[in-house]
Design a protein around this ligand. Structure first.
Ligand SMILES: Cc1cc2nc3c(=O)[nH]c(=O)nc-3n(C[C@H](O)[C@H](O)[C@H](O)COP(=O)(O)OP(=O)(O)OC[C@H]3O[C@@H](n4cnc5c(N)ncnc54)[C@H](O)[C@@H]3O)c2cc1C
Length: 416
């Protein structure tokens, strides 16, 4: 005889940021709720986030339309949830727990101590709600039940036993960093219930380029500088003013992580090293009567560009013969070419570092099939999706965690 299943009003698969937030809220309203997670150690993504300080939200989300900060086939989907439970609402929770925080830049709020404090806060909220925990729990099967007298609509077979529940919330996140427990489980579950998946791809990820070492760019490894970076055109155009970091294998830093969420294979990216100056014009118009060398001129026009980068730039075959020439003697065609190369450095990425090194996943469960106010499936009553498993990817800067908190609150309020 098979054992009787444990009944819960709500079962949540995935005890990460969104799962814990939802569980705490449902439990505190007096409903029975359990969190199932295959990982033994909970909240690992929170622990490693923001360099160990967890950039838990962003102040820019308070006030206007939040959709420009999210990449999705339907970015407007985020609007309701992010106004229902705002960045300020999460800040109030953080303050209520006495967690010290500070704003870094561009509205980004970080713990002043450690990301562990956010995990402890969520665990404490879950404890107050009497949430049941099943960690190290392998999910073997999920099936829908015919409507039953006790209201159970789903049955879950797992290594921790048999469960049934009225509401099933999928909070299994995206594919970033499989080493700490990311899986495609949420997508498979969604497909099982008829949902479509927007192809998941690595986002907020360093980019790679062919012949990087051969072209001498690997030698620039370690250089960081502010740039404007762009990709796409028309409706798919994206641009960010952020810091760029040269690496041995390609480019990284906030500029590249941000643009990677918009970059499509086959498309180029363009880097502007001097966004405030039209260097072609400045070099041509300023040269008259100038006795200084071209390399000195460019240093004067772009004092923020690191020496190592400029040396490498001027060592390119097109510019090297003129680098030590008097500025006034350099032909305008060459000056224009040099200026444009620094204002519009165009590169064709060959790929990215992939899910292993990504901070997020773009794509996921198609939000057209989810109610934006409740996060409930439009195809299967009682089935919910929250957090990163959906086709919602935030910018770098606390936007992904805020999506996890806000979508969790919407689902929690809907089931309770
Ligand atoms: C290195 C790094 C740094 C980051 N820094 C920031 C930051 O500072 N600010 C920010 O806003 N965002 C940051 N992010 C993104 C942020 O961590 C995620 O967007 C957020 O954690 C998503 O929350 P979630 O609850 O949807 O998924 P997760 O927090 O990933 O939780 C998913 C849970 O589901 C569990 N799970 C997965 N598969 C299964 C399965 N088959 N069975 C059972 N359980 C399963 C996992 O073990 C995990 O506990 C960072 C991400 C990374 C990788």
């Amino acid at each position: 005889m098979s054992p009787l299943p444990h009944f819960f009003h709500t079962l949540i698969i995935g005890a990460g940021a969104a799962g814990m937030m939802a569980a705490a809220r449902i439990g505190q309203r007096g409903f029975s709720v359990a969190l199932l997670d295959h990982a033994v150690k909970i909240g690992e993504k929170i622990r490693i986030s923001g360099g160990g300080r967890c950039n838990f939200t962003n102040r820019h989300l308070d006030g206007g339309d939040a959709s420009p900060y999210y990449v999705s086939q339907q970015p407007r989907f985020v609007r309701h949830a992010l106004s229902r439970f705002s960045a300020q609402d999460f800040v109030q929770l953080v303050e209520a727990h006495g967690i010290a925080y500070h704003e870094k830049h561009k509205g980004q709020l970080f713990c002043s101590g450690s990301a562990q404090e956010i995990i402890a806060m969520l665990q404490e909220e879950c404890r107050k709600g009497g949430v049941s925990w099943h960690t190290g729990c392998r999910i073997d099967a999920v099936c829908a039940l015919p409507e039953q007298a006790d209201g159970a609509r789903f049955e879950i077979r797992s290594s921790s036993g048999l469960f049934c529940c009225r509401n099933l919330i999928t909070a299994t996140g995206g594919l970033a960093v499989p080493a700490i427990g990311a899986t495609a489980f949420g997508y498979e579950l969604a497909k099982q219930f008829g949902h479509s998946i927007i192809t998941p791809e690595a986002a907020l990820v360093p980019l790679r380029f062919e012949n990087w070492t051969e072209s001498g760019l690997a030698a620039l490894s370690g250089i960081a500088l502010p740039v404007c970076i762009r990709t796409g055109s028309g409706k798919t155009a994206a641009a960010f003013d952020e810091d760029l970091l040269f690496r041995h294998k390609g480019l990284s830093g906030p500029a590249v992580l941000q643009i990677s969420s918009y970059w499509q294979p086959g498309n180029s990216i363009t880097v502007d090293f001097a966004p405030d100056t039209d260097l072609a014009a400045a070099l041509c118009h300023g040269k008259s009567g100038q006795k200084i060398q071209l390399n000195t001129a460019i240093r004067q026009l772009c004092p923020h560009l690191p020496e190592r980068l400029l040396d490498c730039w001027l060592a390119q075959p097109a510019f090297a013969p003129y680098a030590a020439h008097k500025w006034a003697d350099v032909p305008n065609t060459l000056l224009q070419q040099l200026g444009r190369s620094l204002n519009e450095w165009t590169l064709l990425p060959s790929g990215s570092d992939g899910h292993k090194k990504a901070e997020a996943t773009r794509g996921g469960v198609n939000v057209k099939e989810i109610h934006p106010k409740t996060m409930e499936s439009r195809l299967r009553p009682g089935l919910y999706f929250i957090g990163e498993v959906m086709d919602i990817t935030g910018w770098l800067g606390g936007y992904n965690f805020q999506w996890a908190w806000s979508s969790a609150v919407c689902a929690a309020d809907a089931v309770s």
